[in-house]
Design a protein around this ligand. Structure first.
Ligand code: HEM
Length: 476
């Protein structure tokens, strides 16, 4: 049942809604000034500023019209817990995923069964195969990182974003989609480097178009007709590519909120940049890594992986990762409202949501950037997630009440990211290898940290509006 015959803006500009287009108990409704589009333009331009403005106007729950869709935005972190644990029969996560796959990749998933798919992925990413994936990632990181840079070849210059994104995506691609030959030979590794560099190049082209593709403001142009679809271009045929993880290729669809694999590089970029801009943090991480190297049974040149036990005992690097993600992970947590339902808020209020509308949580604003929860929320503090005794800090408060979800880079509840263990293992291994094998410096240490590319809110990790030049060389 639509709100009005057509989603027209309210012509009577009063502060209190007249109720013409609302039912009792619904959140405040704001249709904006442009028929059908509503707030689509403002939303797409800079969602964080738009939602902050709307929060000041309406409070922590409201409904806005965005491109013909009614989106109810919930910004009270104490109330997120109910939403993320609602059953799929009431709030559905996959409808939006399927919609995005169709819009971006022109891919239809006829026999798509989210629960079968998820059971398989859970086994692969979180349980049975995690150790194999982590080991393969370590080797593939070495293949691309050290193979591309000759020892003794002096300083190399490039952008830190390009550096982090390309190496992590290339190693991740080889890990999940297989390598040229097993056991690896110098020739097959050289081919892996060339092939994965091609994949990164194509992936990045698509990634740059992602915000426009997802918002539907870009259609397949005449020049692209008859060509491979973007998804075919990014994930070429795997026929004949061996590797321990070969069988996984078909099991890992893109995660909504952006392709998960495309999030690891930007996450590593921000983490390394914050370290390079904060000498105290870098020293603390280095100290932790040196301790690990001292305890290791082999010298670093002979190490084939970082065992899970070691990866789990890096509280300083864990805190740095959590803090980097708090500042830069800005996914939209979106659910389709499947039936008319009453949404209970943590403070006792209750709001009616209509079937067919979309519910949106934006943890980037609250809890992640909420000054009531984090002092100086815009500032990177490497030990924010550490207790005085060096253990992980997990107690954060709002309105005097302890928060269950105090940072949500991986989402939460039923649809929490399945790749989170693999992704954080990979990022930590990458940082470990970079710091252990390279000297890495900012070319302009005084330059400011770049602003975000504002069109990317909602797609997972934010990206910088410009790259940051660095130089690096292999440590001898
Ligand atoms: C820094 C890296 C990553 C971040 C920040 C991230 C974040 C997220 C977020 C926010 C969600 C949606 C949660 C929701 O809507 O409730 C998600 C879902 C998902 N992610 Fe990730 N992700 C990352 C890496 C990965 C990787 C590397 C993979 C796989 C190789 C992956 C696989 C998935 C899958 C399969 C889902 C869907 C879960 C479901 O259907 O319930 N992610 N991720």
């Amino acid at each position: 049942m639509p709100y009005t015959l057509y989603p027209l803006p309210c012509f009577i500009k009063c502060d209190k809604c007249c109720g013409f287009c609302r039912r009792p108990g619904e959140p405040p409704l704001d249709l904006g000034c442009i028929p059908w589009l509503g707030y689509a333009l403002e939303f797409g331009k800079d969602a964080a500023s738009f939602l902050t403005r709307m929060k000041e106007k309406h409070g922590d729950i409201f409904t806005v019209l965005v491109g013909g869709r009614y989106v109810t935005v919930l910004l009270d972190p104490h109330s997120y817990e109910t939403v993320v644990w609602e059953p799929r029969t009431r709030l559905d996560f996959h409808a939006y995923a399927v919609f995005l796959m169709e819009r971006i990749f022109d891919v239809q998933l006829p026999q798509y069964s989210p629960s079968d798919e998820k059971a398989r992925m859970k086994l692969t990413l979180l349980h049975r195969d995690l150790q194999a994936l982590t080991e393969a990632m370590y080797t593939n990181l070495l293949t691309v990182l050290l193979g591309d840079t000759e020892a003794g070849s002096g300083w190399h210059e490039m952008g830190l974003f390009d550096f982090s994104y390309s190496f992590l995506l290339r190693a991740g691609y080889l890990t999940l989609y297989g390598v040229e030959a097993l056991p690896r030979t110098p020739q097959s590794q050289a081919q892996d480097r060339v092939h994965s560099a091609d994949v990164f190049h194509t992936f990045r082209q698509l990634d740059l178009l992602l915000p426009k593709l997802a918002r539907g403001s870009l259609s397949v142009g005449p020049g692209m007709q008859g060509q491979r679809s973007p998804v075919e271009a990014v994930v070429p045929s795997q026929a004949g590519r061996p590797g321990a993880q070969e069988q996984l290729a078909g099991e890992l669809p893109a995660a909504p909120g952006g392709d998960g694999r495309g999030n690891m590089g930007p996450a590593a970029f921000w983490l390394l940049l914050f370290l390079l801009k904060n000498p105290e943090a870098l020293a603390a991480v280095r100290e932790e890594l040196e301790h690990i190297l001292l305890q290791a049974e082999q010298p670093i040149s002979q190490m084939t992986t970082l065992p899970q036990k070691v990866l789990d005992s890096m509280p300083v690097l864990d805190s740095v990762l959590s803090e980097s993600l708090r500042l830069t992970a800005a996914p939209f947590i979106t659910r389709e409202v499947v039936v008319d339902l009453a949404l209970p808020m943590a403070d006792g209020r209750e709001f009616n949501l209509r079937r067919g509308d979309r519910l949106l949580l934006f943890p980037f604003l609250s809890p992640q950037r909420d000054p009531e929860i984090y002092t100086d929320p815009e500032v990177f503090k490497y030990n924010r997630f550490l207790n005085a005794d060096g253990t992980e800090k997990k107690d954060f408060y709002k309105d005097g009440k302890r928060l269950k979800n105090y940072s949500m880079p991986w989402g939460a509840g039923h649809n929490q990211c399945l790749g989170r263990a693999y992704a954080s293992n990979s990022i930590k291994q990458f940082v470990f290898l970079v710091l252990a094998h390279f000297d890495l410096e900012l070319l302009s240490p005084e330059a400011e940290i770049p602003e975000f590319d504002l069109s990317r809110y909602g797609f997972g990790l934010m990206q910088p509006e410009r790259d940051v030049p660095i130089r690096y060389r292999i440590r001898l």
